[in-house]
Ligand binder design. Structure first.
Ligand code: ZN
Length: 192
């Protein structure tokens, strides 16, 4: 495994729609190595997820993992390592919550993004097995964020109230406590 460079906003690859991966490709050494590298890169950067576009590859592959006590997102419920290939996401109802997000490809910026509270995610795992999961709350938001990357969308595109944009330092100073309280109530109410 090795770490790859995370590309930042402005790099056109973040604006491309990634393409589906065939089963043969998924089983190839190249794609399996890409998945290993993405896991390594996400963990090294303390991310909650990483999409292939973020390391310059336009294939529909993303990884999600929240270890307890993640320093970037200490309020997120733990999520076991999940490799999602060719994912499809579908909201289960109309409920939407504002979630404060950041992104490894958008350095030093956070903002409030409306996200569906309950979603069904269908995807292939790294072995090519079809999976289906219901995700809720902050975890649902994380999956929506990663799927957006595969469509060339960044969280900043979805910020409705631009007055919520903040650097990480100012988030810490002025907004973190209130958001963590909202996040705690959301997790309590809907789970993950
Ligand atoms: Zn991101």
């Amino acid at each position: 495994m090795s770490r790859r460079e995370i590309v930042e906003i402005g790099n056109p690859v973040l604006r491309e729609r990634a393409r589906d991966v065939t089963l043969d490709e998924l089983r190839s050494d190249a794609v399996q190595a890409l998945i290993d590298d993405m896991i390594d890169t996400m963990r090294a950067a303390d991310g909650a997820g990483l999409a292939a576009n973020q390391v310059g590859e336009t294939v529909r592959v993303a990884v999600v993992e929240v270890r307890p006590g993640n320093p970037r997102y200490p309020y997120k419920p733990p999520v076991p390592l999940t490799v999602i290939v060719n994912p499809v996401i579908e909201p289960l109802d109309d409920e939407v919550e504002q979630i404060n997000e950041g992104c490894l490809s958008v350095p030093n910026l956070r903002g409030e993004v409306p996200r569906h509270v309950s979603v069904r995610v269908r995807y292939l795992d790294r072995e090519g097995v079809e999976r289906e999961e219901i995700r809720r709350g902050l975890t649902a938001g994380t999956f929506q964020h990663e799927l957006d990357h595969l469509d060339g969308t960044l969280f900043v595109d979805r910020v409705v109230d631009r007055g919520t944009l903040t650097t990480w330092e100012q988030f810490e100073r002025f907004h973190r406590a209130a958001f963590e309280e909202r996040a705690r109530r959301l997790v309590e109410r809907v789970g993950s």
